[in-house]
Design a protein around this ligand. Structure first.
Ligand SMILES: [Zn+2]
Length: 422
């Protein structure tokens, strides 16, 4: 689409709803999160506000899912204690750093539980889900079904020990738990057995036609990395996706016969954008989610593309009363000193630590992450570059420009500035 046509299309909207990926509350926020999602979303929100437009910027913590239960087990506390700790830390550091959310809430809020339950229930009542039984790994000692992350074994591809049921971190291959050689439960160490269980599936295979038209024909302006990933998912053929899990941490599946089952974290998390809007604006949230003159933009990292471009839109469309996103700008990843940022290896610059170590220097980091944003490819953050950009660009070039302007204004114009309206 030509830029002018694109601008015409955007000018038809009356307001902009900006969402930013919900950070996972099992650890603090790092510079990769900031560069990928929060700084770009914040710049866009501030820009829209400066133009005097109606804008809403939604954030919040994603607090369900297996890694949080795993962390709680490892630390001998409850999942709620884990998310309480990280939600407060993340919320506080975003505030100090100056990310200008209109609301920063969480997916363990009562509003969210109610909203996510009702959303599932609507699709269930419309008979949109496919109910299906399958054989899944069960720990006979701990008496529980095992999520993929709870199963470890030997990778069938690289034959390294310690691969997870969903992925081998040594070779990066995505796995099915049943592919693992010599699987064992990471809860009890027992050999898991296969046991029958029922789940609800979102029939994405039936969404292929409209998704193809909507993304590949109507949204050719999306960033090449986003458009390309969507195209390859659609071309590969979409498969039904389970939206429930056998777990004790999450939003309970709100139907009969679903005891011990919760909504899959990827079903409940994006509904968090809706819940948080509702929490902020209980009387007018629908204007932001259901009025065709609202332009919705999801800021995310590249690992979330399929969920925001395919799964969540399929959920919204199935529900029937919601708008779809107009754009989903996803950034690539930021590395640190040439190595992939990793929470588990503690290889990151953590935001809360930066704020302690560089008090008052929030905008220096914001500038460096913006100048070096991983918009089209993975970029690298180095402290040497951080120092050089601060000293050469902010202090020398920008600082000098401001200084000269002030000195010369005093020298030639008595320090007076005349504003001319035009
Ligand atoms: Zn492997």
């Amino acid at each position: 689409m030509k830029q002018s046509q694109e601008n015409d299309k955007i000018s038809q909207f009356k307001r902009t709803l900006i969402t930013s990926a919900l950070p996972y509350a099992n650890g603090p926020v790092h510079i990769g999160h900031l560069a990928g999602v929060y700084v770009p979303a914040d710049i866009y929100a501030r820009y829209k506000r400066l133009l005097g437009e109606e804008v809403l910027f939604i954030g919040g913590s994603d607090e369900h899912g297996v890694p949080i239960s795993l962390k709680a087990k490892a630390e001998g506390c409850t999942p709620q204690e884990v998310v309480d700790r990280y939600h407060e830390l993340i919320k506080k550091s975003f505030k100090e750093f100056g990310i200008s959310f209109d609301i920063y809430s969480r997916t363990t809020s009562p509003t969210h539980k109610e909203t996510a339950s009702a959303f599932f229930r609507t699709l269930y009542d419309k008979k949109h889900f496919v109910e299906q039984d399958s054989e899944q790994y069960y720990d006979p000692e701990a008496n529980m079904f095992l999520a993929d992350r709870y199963i470890v074994g030997i990778c069938p591809h690289c034959h390294k020990e310690g691969a997870y049921g969903d992925q081998c971190e040594a070779c990066g291959t995505s796995l099915s738990a049943t592919d693992l050689i010599e699987p064992r439960s990471s809860i009890s160490g027992a050999k898991p057995i296969l046991k029958n269980t029922k789940h609800w599936y979102l029939p994405l295979d039936k969404d292929e036609t409209w998704l193809r038209e909507w993304i590949l024909e109507q949204h050719k302006e999306w960033k090449p990395n986003v458009y390309g990933q969507c195209k390859s998912w659609i071309d590969m053929g979409l498969q039904p996706r389970a939206v429930s899990r056998d777990l004790d941490w999450g939003v309970p599946v709100p139907v009969e016969g679903a005891e011990g089952k919760v909504l899959y974290v990827w079903f409940d998390a994006p509904i968090g954008y809706i819940s948080n809007t509702k929490e902020l604006l209980p009387d007018s949230w629908e204007t932001w989610w259901k009025d065709e003159s609202t332009r919705m933009i999801h800021f995310i990292g590249k690992d979330n593309i399929v969920f925001h471009c395919i799964v969540f839109p399929a959920m919204l469309k199935a529900e029937g009363s919601f708008i779809l996103p107009d754009n989903v700008p996803a950034n690539e990843f930021l590395n640190l000193e040439g190595d992939k940022i990793s929470t588990s290896r503690n290889w990151a610059v953590w935001l809360h630590e930066y704020l302690q170590d560089f008090p008052g220097k929030e905008d220096v980091l914001r500038y460096v992450l913006t100048a070096n944003a991983p918009e089209t490819k993975d970029n690298d953050f180095t402290w040497k570059d951080f120092q050089a950009r601060n000293n050469n660009e902010l202090v020398a070039i920008y600082g000098n420009f401001v200084n000269r302007t002030l000195v010369l204004t005093h020298k030639y114009f008595d320090g007076k500035v005349l504003l001319v309206a035009c």
